[in-house]
Design a protein around this ligand. Sequence first.
Ligand SMILES: Cc1cc2nc3c(=O)[nH]c(=O)nc-3n(C[C@H](O)[C@H](O)[C@H](O)COP(=O)(O)OP(=O)(O)OC[C@H]3O[C@@H](n4cnc5c(N)ncnc54)[C@H](O)[C@@H]3O)c2cc1C
Length: 325
Amino acid sequence: MENILVLVHTNEGGILPRAALETVAAARALGGEITIAVFGEGASASIGSIAVDGDAFAVPRYSTDAAAAEALVRHSGATLVLAPNTSRMARCLPGVAARLNGAVDSHAVAVARDGEAVTVTRWFYRQRIEGSLSREARPWFILLEPGACEPAEAAPAAAVETLAVDAPSRTTHEGYVSPETGEQTIRPDARLLFVAGAGWTKKQPDGAIHTDEAADLILGFVRSAQSSLGSSKSLVDQSGEGQAVLPFLTHLHQVGQTGSTPRHRKGLATCCHGEEPHVVGWRFINDRRAVNLDPNCGWARGKADVLYVGDSFEVMRELNRLLAE
Ligand SMILES: Cc1cc2nc3c(=O)[nH]c(=O)nc-3n(C[C@H](O)[C@H](O)[C@H](O)COP(=O)(O)OP(=O)(O)OC[C@H]3O[C@@H](n4cnc5c(N)ncnc54)[C@H](O)[C@@H]3O)c2cc1C
């Protein structure tokens, strides 16, 4: 009989990431009793019946996060530990699994139970092959990808046991730095992914390049729609090739075979051709739309649910006007 622990952390202000509630939902779907453990700022007032709280655990840091997670798992006696695949958990849990002589699997997209057997599903070979696996080693840590299931409703725990953990650390957390721009435009929890392609910096029908307007239109939309921003490889590569660039785009924004595979309900690609190595990164976008001048672009060949054949400058100008109203 598995002893299941859902291990989550809070973020700044004691807020639970959405992925934490998704992990609770995945654990409940396995059936049987689950224990919820929380560490981080305000953990004692969160959804867990066991917690590690205090200033030292408020900030993400390997040494303190690993100490908190280890104490919580040991205290619970868990054989199966489900945690959200946030950067904070992905950094500390492999170390914790090693300390406890257990095993860890990251990037799980589903967990299932058939009788006593638990299986994990994940993608291999850059999202091309889906496989299921099981392990005998215990405790088994499973990191569940954000967006893999709907979040659960969870209320603060009726009674919380707060563990005292001593975790001296030589690392000081000084704050967050966003790459280049100072503005966070990659938002994994956003409902919409807005993708910019190289067309934004190409010569337009009037024979000129309009990079400044492109930047205003893209950022204007991303800010007012609170969407996440993605890019094609061609566009982010341009900075290295000395061409006109959109300075707020980095390789972290790149979606595709050699980029990321984000998960959002909807996606809107603009000035992007929709070639296979790019579109493979759209695998987990449920509703795919694109705006392109070319009715024969890749999106028109079964890659998008809806293709608007039109000028992205005009479309986004109008969309931003409507959003501002
Ligand atoms: C091994 C390998 C790995 C790769 N990995 C990736 C990857 O991870 N991610 C990735 O993105 N690519 C990847 N690529 C590159 C990929 O094949 C394409 O070259 C790239 O995605 C093209 O980018 P793009 O669509 O932005 O640019 P382009 O192909 O230049 O397309 C620009 C589009 O903009 C349109 N356009 C121009 N102006 C307007 C306007 N005003 N309104 C509307 N539409 C307009 C044009 O019609 C055109 O379709 C990879 C390639 C290889 C070989």
